[in-house]
Ligand binder design. Sequence first.
Ligand code: HEC
Length: 217
Amino acid sequence: MMNNTKNTNNGIVTLLAGIGLVAVASTALATDKANSAGVEERAKAQFVDDMTAKLPEGYRGWVHVGTFFKEPGSKSILDGSTIEGASFAHTYVEPSALAAYKESGKWPDGTQFVKEFAVSSLDDGSCDKKTGLCSTEHGVGIFENYYLGLAYMVKDAERFPDAAGNWGYFGFGPAEEKGGAYPETAELRSVENCAGCHIAHVADKDYVFSDLHIGLQ
Ligand code: HEC
């Protein structure tokens, strides 16, 4: 008797869950259709308010379009501090935005770019302080040792109607400790801090340095 009641309940729950799934699936389908040349609903940037973005999730699984290298001792664009080791800036773009760009040649509203900085340690074996090259048991090279932080660009006409290209710029980090977690949220950066340089150099490319990313050629 107990078992019967339990089974019946489970049946109802399964049925309801089934209906729920169908409803969710058809909404997702409709949204994907509406955005066939745009950013998928589920991939959208998350904000606390117009001035505050949340750290994007899963960006290391987005499309990696290139890496930019700097010798030891460069200045971080995040806070102007000196980065002791060599640094690599890995650029990722959210895949549905890239698909739309390939189709139309334009970055759709909702596009997100992450440029994440990874740094080499100069204590790892015997390292040349100028080039960053280290001789280690794994050979001579420049090895990435920790993540420093990330620069983030989001195109959002509703939130940033007056910004060039409707891009909002944010910086997460540098993390407080080497390899530590990034802040969960970041405030909108000023034009002087970020956009100015993009405006000066790549206004004709919708403010994206697409010519410098090998994966966008
Ligand atoms: C002095 C010029 C300059 C400043 C200031 C600057 N950037 Fe950039 N940014 C670049 C260059 C050059 C690239 C492409 C090369 C690379 O991969 O680093 C780039 C690339 C990017 C990318 C990858 C997408 C793209 O446009 O290629 C993001 C995201 C980004 N920057 C965000 C920021 C943020 C956020 C700030 C402020 C914290 C900032 N940038 C400040 C020059 C600048």
